[in-house]
Design a protein around this ligand. Sequence first.
Ligand SMILES: CC(=O)N[C@H]1[C@@H](OP(=O)(O)OP(=O)(O)OC[C@H]2O[C@@H](n3ccc(=O)[nH]c3=O)[C@H](O)[C@@H]2O)O[C@H](CO)[C@@H](O)[C@@H]1O
Ligand SMILES: C=C(OP(=O)(O)O)C(=O)O
Length: 435
Amino acid sequence: MLEKIIVRGGQRLKGTVKVEGAKNAVLPVIAATLLASKGKCEILDVPELSDVYTINEVLRYLNADVDFANNRITVDATRELHTEAPFEYVRKMRASVLVMGSLLARNGKAQIALPGGCAIGSRPIDQHLKGFEAMGAKVKVGNGYIDAEVDGRLQGAKIYLDFPSVGATENIMMAATLAEGTTIIENVAKEPEIVDLANFLNSMGAKVRGAGTGTIKIEGVTELHGCKHHIIPDRIEAGTFMVAAAITGGDVIVEGAVPEHSSSLIAKMEEMGVKFEEVENGLRVIGPDKLKPIDIKTMPHPGFPTDMQSQMMSLLLAAEGTSMITETVFENRFMHVEEFRRMNGDIKIEGRSVVINGPSDLQGAEVAATDLRAAAALTLAGLIADGYTRVTELKHLDRGYVNFHNKLAALGADIERVSSMEQEQTVIMEQMKEA
Ligand SMILES: CC(=O)N[C@H]1[C@@H](OP(=O)(O)OP(=O)(O)OC[C@H]2O[C@@H](n3ccc(=O)[nH]c3=O)[C@H](O)[C@@H]2O)O[C@H](CO)[C@@H](O)[C@@H]1O
Ligand SMILES: C=C(OP(=O)(O)O)C(=O)O
């Protein structure tokens, strides 16, 4: 049997939960270690996620030495690197395309399997390729691969992104660090993970300015070296626990939460009646007895993050009245709506928006995670549903959350993760006895 989370609703969460290093910061940072032709990189506060193991495998395939233990990664990429990232890795994790900029800058050549679509939309990488081409690379697409090559060094260029894509900003930024001359990228993504990557690159000897604003300027250097770097806390994991506290009317300290990284989320949750208090090392979140309905539109940072959209859907199901969520970042990120409906959620899809009528009388059901954030969101809904919610397809959850069920259990949730039918029966019998 595949693993399941079983959660019985009804517990108010209370206590302290600690967030991990950010998945979306560590993946590009690991890809950037390939730029160091001298010395080792040491990365700290690395979360133990399946995505991290996958990108480490990509690096080993490319001939780097990677050690990962106790939330610390060391990478030695000083040997000559291979140039190809095959489909078996890119299929598992789209962020594998982030090695392209580093490989192209370091080797003058990169072959990456075409990532293709995924559960949240088609996710093209045309903006990444446009940037590489502007820097002088010849890009060919064929036989399921993207082949990029440059004669000599990449050349600094002025690049305007049609959309502030996180991945394109990161990939072009990495490529430009070793280019000849200055690169200016306009309309870039401003996410905190972009700033973390720029800080890491600068510690390696790069000259990157403007990260966190709409324009990034990179003066190319001839060589980068190893360095030591701490990964920023995961604002999406932090946000997920903020919602867990709010949905249960709980009182939780989210240790490691950085308020400035989550300002849109905090503002919208405050509109719903949730109380926040800055405490040492984090944020205290107090859920009200009644949640108010609100409207949300996902946007690039500092707008409301698409990666919190499904968790907020759970919270809005508990609010008293009608709310609307509009998804503008991904074209198809409502796959979880059907699963919420299985739990008796009253949600209608209208084009790129959903209308949520709360408070839904949520009922426990067996539901399948359709992507990583949906896995967390369905578990959150399970915290207030009547009876038992069983969440399957946990491979998605493991891409982005470390010990999710244990962290919720430590806050008082009635939750277990099981891997056999017998275990599932035992957990339900035990939970019934306690109820
Ligand atoms: C590993 C990582 O950091 N993943 C995050 C990253 O994904 P990712 O970097 O893939 O997201 P992007 O910002 O690039 O994508 C946003 C939108 O732009 C479109 N697009 C993107 C690139 C391109 O060349 N052409 C194009 O059309 C995409 O299809 C999508 O609709 O940012 C997303 C948006 O905040 C988050 O949801 C992901 O969690
Ligand atoms: C969509 C996400 O990640 P990725 O880009 O790695 O699929 C996410 O973190 O919610």
